[in-house]
Design a protein around this ligand. Structure first.
Ligand SMILES: O=C1NC(=O)NC(C(=O)O)N1
Length: 312
């Protein structure tokens, strides 16, 4: 029984990793991810320079998940690039990690990727097209022309493995239209989904919202979003060229949730809200629970079950 997962020409011990933004803001958090049972990890979406992000409170755990409006706080690209390059030198034999960027404009996205292209980074880059929490900035991937324009310009110069982090879509016309755009490019993967944007959670006791930015509107994560996450993983798995892998993110709390994402076609699996709540020990639990389910069902490798969801 093995959870070994091939991705981007490398083999990872298991498909689990953090979702960008969770447990990856500081080198201490990244070290904890690196020393956990997670198969890999990804850095917080980086901008050109340090960003303070939105005013607090900006993250709130709720019974069925989380709501956040962080606003892309991060230490700036050099901080994370130095970390992954140092790690590459000290762990020359370990499978490469993932690096997330989120520019505030087309130009900034191109500059961030140029910096990575010109570096010795040997891992996979994730272009975040889906942060819902920067006031005044729409989620890029809800602008189909903008998405096409950025990817066209990126692939004129970017030669390293690149994935895109997508927001959830809720309409077959949008699945089709976005898949048609993404299939034009040599992407390594598509990551579905980012948080479900602009939800609202109310503290009935005080009759007040629970986060400060945007009058309480924020991205939803956790159990709330699993059905939408699974649908987006499945929709893109069935529409994209097989060379474009899917990373499944959204609502993974148990080994069963992980199994469901794999059935829909996911290759790597990212954990956000439940990692925030439980800490990095969650990865030991997820590994154990996924193995138990696979054992019970008679699967010896993940390749045996990936994408094998049955329709009626
Ligand atoms: O892409 C993002 N998704 C989120 O849900 N939150 C963060 C953020 O606000 O920084 N970014």
């Amino acid at each position: 029984m093995s959870l070994a997962t091939k991705f981007g020409g490398y083999t990872y011990e298991n498909p689990f990793m953090n979702a960008s933004g969770v447990h990856c803001m500081s080198t201490d958090e990244l070290d904890e991810m690196d020393n956990s049972r997670a198969g890999s990890f990804i850095t917080k979406s980086a901008t050109t320079s340090h960003r303070a992000g939105n005013p607090e409170p900006r993250y709130f755990s709720v019974p069925l998940g989380s709501i956040n409006s962080m606003g892309l706080p991060n230490q700036g690209i050099d901080y994370y690039l130095n970390y992954v390059l140092d790690r590459q030198k000290s762990h020359p034999d370990s499978s490469p990690v993932f690096f997330s960027v989120a520019g505030m404009s087309v130009e900034e996205n191109l500059n961030l990727l140029k910096k990575i292209q010109d570096s010795d980074f040997n891992g996979t880059t994730e272009l975040n097209f889906s942060c819902p929490n920067v006031p005044g900035k729409p989620q890029v991937a809800y602008d189909f022309e903008m998405t096409q324009e950025i990817l066209s310009k990126v692939f004129e110069f970017f030669k390293k493995p690149l994935g895109v982090k997508m927001p959830p879509f809720f309409d077959f016309a949008h699945f089709d239209a976005m898949a048609n755009i993404l299939n034009q490019f040599p992407l390594a993967y598509v990551n579905c989904i980012n948080s479900v944007g602009n939800g609202l959670y109310i503290d009935v006791e005080t009759e007040t919202v629970v986060i400060k930015p945007k009058d309480g509107f924020g991205g939803l994560g956790g159990e709330y979003v699993k059905p939408t996450a699974l649908a987006n993983v499945r929709a893109f798995y069935t529409r994209l060229n097989p060379s474009i892998k899917i990373i499944g993110t959204g609502g993974i709390k148990t080994g069963q949730d992980a199994f469901e994402h794999l059935l829909c076609g996911a290759t790597m699996l990212q954990v956000g809200t439940e990692l925030y709540k439980e800490g990095v020990s969650i990865f030991e639990r997820l590994e154990k629970e996924l193995k138990e389910i696979m054992e019970k069902k008679g699967y010896s490798t993940i390749d045996d079950l990936r994408g094998k969801l049955n329709s009626l």
